[in-house]
Design a protein around this ligand. Structure first.
Ligand code: NI
Ligand code: MN
Length: 226
């Protein structure tokens, strides 16, 4: 599986022969102004919640690619009414897709769409298949619910966790989250995009290395194969 970071919580993830895009919002991120998704093929868009820094480019991508949204019932219904195809889930539910199994898991955060429409409750995704497994936490606080993931899903190879603090957990809590989900390889997201979430990279990495874990901080546009 291959992960390419486009800033904040936007990743292109190549998994199970398909291309998954998470929370597309380059246009809401000043750091991502030199990047675009214009030439990227996308099969599915995983949407964790309705905030602008997660959906700013969603309609543009859907119009261009015809990709299927995977999100909660409320978000899929909202975009369904605009003519976009989607697969609705709710917390604790999983489905076998053509790229692998995906489970929609709890996140502790808030959620509303940019036009004020109720967006249901925010979530994260655990995805697994022949080539491995990953957890994309979305925007969330540290929560004991994370302990349910190793009880209900295969062993994780990598977890994408928010580490920027202020609007989500910071890297200290994310290190505890990595214990809860029993994962030692973490890709950080949701940091540095705005002044509120700027972090000290060295301190963040050290917090994980003290636990003999690896925090991967990708450069914008950088890819990693796991
Ligand atoms: Ni949010
Ligand atoms: Mn956010």
């Amino acid at each position: 599986m291959k992960f390419t970071w486009y800033g904040q919580s936007t990743f292109i993830i190549e998994f199970g022969g398909k291309v998954l895009l998470t929370d597309p919002a380059l246009s809401a991120n000043p750091l991502a102004k030199d990047l675009n998704l214009d030439d990227v093929h996308v099969d599915y868009v995983l949407v964790s919640h309705g905030h602008g820094d997660h959906v700013a480019d969603l309609e543009t991508v859907l119009k261009r690619t015809g990709a299927t949204i995977i999100s909660n019932y409320e978000i899929v219904s909202y975009y369904g009414a605009k003519g976009f195809s989607g697969h609705p889930l709710n917390h604790g539910g999983k489905w076998n897709f053509d790229f692998g199994t995906l489970k929609y898991v709890n996140a502790v955060h808030s959620s509303v769409l940019p036009d004020g429409t109720y967006a249901g409750n925010p979530g994260g995704f655990v995805v697994w298949g022949k080539e491995g497994s990953f957890y994309f936490a979305g925007d969330t606080a540290l929560t004991l619910d994370m302990k349910l993931i190793p009880l209900t899903c295969p062993k994780l190879d990598v977890s994408i966790l928010p580490i920027g603090d202020n609007f989500t957990m910071g890297y200290e809590d994310a290190a505890i989250a990595s214990d809860f989900v029993e994962c030692s390889k973490i890709i950080g997201c949701h940091f540095d995009s705005f002044p509120y979430i700027e972090i000290d990279h060295d301190k963040a990495k050290e917090t994980f290395s003290k636990k003999s874990k690896e925090l991967i901080l990708l450069e914008l546009g950088e890819s990693i194969e796991i």
